[in-house]
Design a protein around this ligand. Structure first.
Ligand code: DC
Length: 695
């Protein structure tokens, strides 16, 4: 997950390979609540691990459900022992973040449980959650006899749900709920009312047009799995039979998220234009999620899709894409992806029936319009529609995309990074018709709501012209802090890190293991060319922990020893070894970008690096730092000797014939003698900012 202020995507030009989707948010949170209310223990497989499911899990734990995580042979399994319809805890304060799928159903379930068994529950969330309507649900529950206090703005969370034990509910007349604002209100009632169906049938009637009907299908489908068959009469009336009670199905599997699939279906339609398709695993033709119907819309725009149970395969069909005019009531979330696909069409796209966008994580119509305009599109918006006219060839602009704490804005707009393909003839024969624009995604962490590793998945299948992948080269004399600085800059930007010194150190260690003499240039070069070295860093979850494995054996500490440094300095003076290591070093240049530290990064390996920094800390200062380091490790040392050593080493490094220590001509010199690491990082980042096209 990229927990950084912004993530820059280089221009991307293709996509192929396989993506494994995280579990569906809608199914995950429904299953969690059902398992939490049911009698017995449910083993939940492939549950989504995200912000929205975490708040639901925290709530269930607070309410007294027993949760046990297990690593099964096919992935993590969560065992939930439910309440069996009986409150174990009668008073609680539940924070539900910005998860509508937690707030609405929990509000309904706790309202009816508090009214009949006694209780006092406060439900609240982030500020945006307190701007998302819940009034229709409150209005449906109150006539039943539920006591609900609106603690903030009437019609919005936070809510308090109260009641005393032994209370009854008026379930003999139909419960009425409005269907036009959010289908989650009906879902909430459908999930809650089986808890109080002891006395007789319970009917729910929908007033007005019900939106997002496919989400009700998911609810009904999962209710069946937990022992409740709801009778549905059209989309107007739903009857829960008397005496319904939740029973755990024992084990349940969460299918991949069809809304999340939409980004990769779109990516395939836009960018799977070589031989290989983009394969998506986790959802397929057997999906119970309404957003799977996104496929039809994508196909109408030009995608070529094949599918089977649990998988999809997508290829570019028509190019450019074709604009469409579509009522998106049935795919409200995935429709956002269509608005971005519209950038690649040869005619405008008009999406209607999307009034619900305005009450989601943010006002999605306004947000989408603002961000698409930044890219160069012309957008018209109305209360319940958006119309996107793609940028003319050459009119694309680099943009810093605001994400409004909305995962779908971030994921959807990331597809604009394929802009090099816009207007390009099929096969790319004529090349891009405009300079490819990089894209900045602000606050990329917001994808954690439903897809924490979205960008990792994107970089796993997207390709870029290597010359478009930015490189920052950092070098400087020994003990100048270049390694620490490079790692910190890479972390701040979410870029990959190449510690090139480690490659020379590892070559030296491998030579020692194999008994290759330090002056056997041919033998060492052969070793270097086959170096099986893996790093436990990168922009993934564990950040730049700088662990290293040589031939599968961990050598992190060994590489840092003085002995390895001495071996490295000898092998690095051999031209054939330097050449042999080039391929390995070049392979680090992958999206989203690279920070490379070491001797010839800015001169030989990445001469076109977009920013080159050369540290010039004085020998005196470096000697003091090293002295402190050694003392802190309990090693005694003398500053004067250290300084003399460093000066001698500098002289050797500067005068050696192969890869001498010297700044690239276009390097910026940074005297970090008196700078903290943070200040040095800030300096490099502000230089970097000046070289980026984002204001
Ligand atoms: O940066 P370091 O201390 O890990 O480097 C170890 C040795 O390898 C040092 O003598 C410099 C040399 N080196 C090099 O010649 N070229 C590089 N790109 C990186 C390191």
């Amino acid at each position: 997950m990229y927990d950084i202020p912004f993530l820059d995507l280089p221009p991307l030009n293709g996509a192929s390979g396989t993506v494994r989707l995280p579990g569906s948010k809608s199914i995950s949170n429904r299953v969690l609540l059902l398992a939490g209310l049911a009698a017995g223990t449910t083993a939940v497989h492939d549950l989504l691990d995200s912000d929205d499911t975490r708040v639901m899990l925290d709530a269930l734990r607070t309410l007294g459900c027993a949760l046990r995580h297990e690593r099964g042979p096919h992935g993590p399994v969560l065992h939930i022992t439910g309440l069996g319809g009986r409150l174990a805890v009668h008073e609680a304060d539940l924070f539900l973040g910005n998860a509508g799928t937690a707030m609405r159903p929990l509000a309904a379930a706790l309202a009816v449980l508090a009214a009949t068994q006694g209780g006092n529950f406060r439900l609240h969330g982030v500020p945006r959650m307190h701007e998302r309507p819940i009034g229709d649900l409150v209005d449906a529950l109150r006539p039943l006899g539920c006591t609900i206090d609106e603690l903030g703005t009437p019609g919005y969370p936070p809510l308090r749900l109260r009641g005393s034990a032994g209370g009854g509910l008026a379930t003999d007349t139909a419960i009425r709920v409005r269907g036009e604002v959010s289908s989650q209100f009906l879902t909430a009632l459908l999930l809650a009312l089986p808890l109080v169906s002891g006395a007789g049938d319970i009917a729910i009637e929908v007033d007005g047009e019900l939106i997002s009907k496919p989400y009700i299908d998911i609810t009904l489908n999962l209710l069946v799995r937990f022992g409740i068959a709801v009778q549905r009469q059209g989309w107007q009336r739903f009857v829960i039979a008397r005496g319904s009670a939740y029973h755990s199905p024992g084990s349940i599997h969460v299918e991949g998220d069809a809304s999340s699939a939409s980004y990769f279906i779109a990516m395939g339609a836009i960018a799977a234009h070589g031989g290989a398709p983009l394969r998506i695993e986790g959802v397929g033709s057997d999906s119970i999620q309404g957003d799977i119907r996104f496929i039809d819309a994508a196909v109408a725009m030009g995608a070529q899709v094949s599918s089977g149970p649990g998988w999809l395969q997508v290829h570019r069909g028509r190019w450019p894409l074709t604009g469409i005019n579509l009522d998106c009531n049935h795919i409200p979330d995935a429709a956002m992806t269509l608005a971005v696909m519209a950038l690649y069409a040869d005619s405008p796209t008009r999406l209607t029936g999307i009034a619900s966008w305005r009450v989601k994580e943010t006002d999605r119509i306004a947000a989408m319009a603002a961000e698409l305009r930044k890219l160069g599109a012309a957008v018209v918006e109305g209360a319940d529609f958006i119309e996107v006219t793609p940028p003319a060839a050459g009119a694309w602009r680099p943009a810093a995309i605001r994400t409004y704490d909305d995962h779908r804005i971030a994921m959807g707009l990331s597809l604009a990074a394929f802009n090099a393909l816009a207007g390009m003839a099929t096969g790319g024969a004529a090349g891009p018709v405009h300079a490819p624009c990089p894209l900045r995604i602000l606050d990329p962490r917001c994808v954690a709501k439903t897809f924490p590793d979205y960008f990792e998945a994107l970089f796993g299948v997207a390709t870029a012209d290597v010359n478009d992948v930015p490189v920052i080269a950092i070098d400087g004399p020994t003990a100048s802090g270049k390694g620490t600085l490079a790692a910190a800059v890479a972390d701040a930007l979410g870029y990959h890190l190449l510690d090139s010194g480690a490659l020379y150190r590892a070559t030296g260690v491998a030579a020692q293991w194999d008994g290759v003499e330090p002056d056997d240039e041919v033998g060492l070069a052969r070793l270097a060319g086959l170096l099986d070295l893996r790093f436990g860093h990168g922009p993934l979850t564990d950040a730049h922990s700088s662990r290293a494995w040589l031939r599968g054996q961990e050598v992190s500490d060994q590489l840092r020893t003085e002995a390895a440094g001495l071996l490295a300095s000898r092998v690095s003076a051999l031209p054939a070894v330097r050449v042999a290591l080039q391929g390995l070093q070049l392979a680090f240049r992958r999206p989203p970008g690279l920070v490379a530290d070491g001797r010839d990064m800015g001169t030989v390996v990445f001469p076109g690096a977009s920013l080159k920094v050369f540290l010039t800390a004085s020998a005196g200062e470096r000697a003091e730092r090293r002295h402190k380091q050694l003392i802190s490790k309990g090693i005694s040392a003398n500053i004067t000797d250290l300084r003399a050593d460093l000066e001698a080493r500098d002289a050797r490094d500067q005068s050696r014939s192969v890869a001498p220590l010297r700044p690239a001509e276009d390097a910026l010199l940074l005297d970090n003698s008196n700078l903290s690491i943070e200040a040095s990082v800030q300096q490099v980042l502000s230089w970097w900012q000046l070289r980026r096209p984002f204001r």
